[in-house]
Design a protein around this ligand. Structure first.
Ligand SMILES: *Cc1c(COP(=O)(O)O)cnc(C)c1O
Length: 495
């Protein structure tokens, strides 16, 4: 592939003023039909609250407003444009059948204040999805309330805390491996636990001997991602569970990576006591700007009394309804029963695939990650040789010799038309390139990605300065990402 040169088009690199200052007096994008009812005296109706003019609102024609928003949408990247290999995030395709089903009138127009007796269909969706997820995870009970993965973690650790308090021994610590997702230690600290770091071994797995030495009756739980953020399956998981249980601790599994396990193994069968799922990863609901998330928490029997309330039950007359009288519950963690629109989509995905389809999805996700691993071996350093599951983690060790680091390579990837991979973790791999294609990608798309990544490795050898200055094709190049996150400018204001 030829290297991409600076490409300025009217739509991409136009100057800020021309893009946003489109207003000219008297233009409108609407036209009302002539009034066919008597005119109302608005002054009498609204008094001094009546607005006489629109203030500083832009005045634009329909085509101008359409072009404005369409142009803005093209400055963004989306899974509907190409591969989105953001490791750990499982940016899979959002099937359109999910959208069709979630827009069915009775579902889309339903309201949580509707009486239960006219919401039986919606409640059945919640119940069926709950049953599917319990079956997939091998657990006993579930709450669909949490609105994201990290919110699921928070809910899970509130359950852990309530469980230990009920035993009269609250415990103080949570063990977290050094390969963990950043949300894990943040969650444990939020719930008031001390976080103790657990070292990984040379295979990139939990060091069982280190765990045995660190585990004691002060430890409430181990938070373990499996497969972990190296994309490696924790082969000693059953032994780890036994070690935790022998000292009265619980095993929490961060199940954000269930895309590697669905239909193959069930965490409930290998000793996990509680876990969260990310419907916006594994179960194909939109991710990031595309919609609200959903992070259900599945638990074993021992934790069921503490689940957030209300809990969905089948009542004596056979109808479905919510039960509020749950004296040991940690309380509500979310308004109503969570992000219902996501439950519809996740259930549509689950039922459309069926057990065999879901298993195939898992196999394809793992196959794709290994296809990319093979394709990039040699061009990039592979710090752990343990077999990959659904994602593969390289490092920038080879490119670092030329002063080019993972962030620079990720930025250059944008010029090739791909969203960057994950650069920020796992922390045990300095300069990580964490790549997850998901099952959605065809070999053609992955071949283009591999070619782009190999081409960048070549560019680093020949012209590192060019890579360091990337991206060259976007409207803005390198942003102050910290300021963008901490002081976002989200609203246009008239100048
Ligand atoms: C994505 C992810 C989370 C957090 O999920 P959010 O929905 O982004 O809050 C937690 N752990 C792992 C391993 C993840 O990949």
């Amino acid at each position: 592939m030829k290297s991409v040169t600076r490409k300025a088009t009217r739509h991409v690199n136009q100057n800020e003023g021309l893009i946003f200052e489109k207003s000219s007096a008297g233009k409108a994008a609407w036209k009302l039909p002539p009034l066919d009812v008597p005119e109302v005296d608005t002054q009498k109706l609204l008094g001094s609250s009546e607005r006489k003019d629109l203030g500083n609102m832009p005045e634009v024609s329909e085509i101008e407003i359409i072009r404005h928003f369409t142009r803005l949408s093209t400055w963004n990247y989306a899974i509907d444009l190409g591969m989105y290999p953001l490791g750990s995030c499982t940016m899979k395709y959002n099937p359109r059948v999910n959208e069709v089903v979630s827009r069915l009138e009775g579902l889309a127009n339903g309201h949580p204040y509707q009486p239960e007796k006219v919401s039986q269909g919606a409640l059945r969706i919640i119940k069926t999805l709950s049953e599917c997820l319990i079956e997939i995870t091998g657990m006993d009970a579930i709450t669909l309330q949490p609105a994201a993965g990290a919110h699921g973690e928070l809910t899970g650790l509130l359950l852990v805390r309530a469980y230990h308090q009920s035993k009269g021994h609250p415990r103080k610590k949570i063990l977290i491996p050094d390969s963990a997702h950043g949300t894990n230690p943040a969650t444990a600290a939020t719930v008031g636990y001390a976080v103790e770091n657990l070292k990984s071994d040379a295979r990139g797995m939990v060091d069982v001997a280190a765990l045995a030495a660190q585990m004691n009756e002060d430890v409430a739980a181990l938070m373990l991602t499996n497969p972990n953020t190296l994309g490696v399956f924790e082969q000693d998981i059953a032994k780890i569970a036994d070690l935790m249980h022998a000292k009265g601790g619980l095993l929490y599994m961060d199940g954000a990576n269930m895309n590697a396990l669905v239909g193959k193994v069930r965490p409930g069968d290998f000793g996990v006591d509680l876990m969260h799922l990310n419907l916006h990863k594994t179960f194909s609901t939109p991710h990031g700007g595309g919609g609200p998330g959903s992070g259900p928490v599945a638990v074993k029997k021992i934790l069921e009394p503490f689940l957030p309330k209300p809990v969905l039950i089948t009542k004596a007359d056979g109808t479905l309804g919510f039960e509020y009288d749950r004296p040991q519950s940690v309380g509500r963690v979310r308004a109503f029963y969570g992000n219902f629109g996501m439950f519809i989509r996740a259930l549509a995905y689950t039922l459309a695939n069926g057990p065999d389809g879901l298993r195939q999805t898992t196999e394809d996700a793992v196959l794709n990650a290994n296809y990319i691993r093979k394709g990039l071996e040699g061009a990039y350093d592979l710090p752990y040789s343990t077999p990959s599951m659904h994602e593969v983690v390289f490092s920038d060790k080879l490119q670092g010799k030329k002063g080019v680091h993972t962030m620079d390579i990720a930025k250059r990837l944008i010029d090739y038309g791909f969203h960057p991979y994950t650069t920020a973790f796992p922390l045990i791999v300095p300069g990580a390139l964490m790549i997850e294609p998901t099952e959605s990608e065809s070999t053609e798309e992955m071949d283009l990605f591999i070619e782009a990544m190999r081409s960048i490795a070549q560019e680093v050898e020949e012209d590192p300065e060019m890579v360091l200055a990337a991206p060259h094709t976007t409207r803005v190049s390198r942003l102050d990402e910290v300021a963008a996150a901490r002081k976002p400018v989200l609203r246009w204001k008239p100048s």
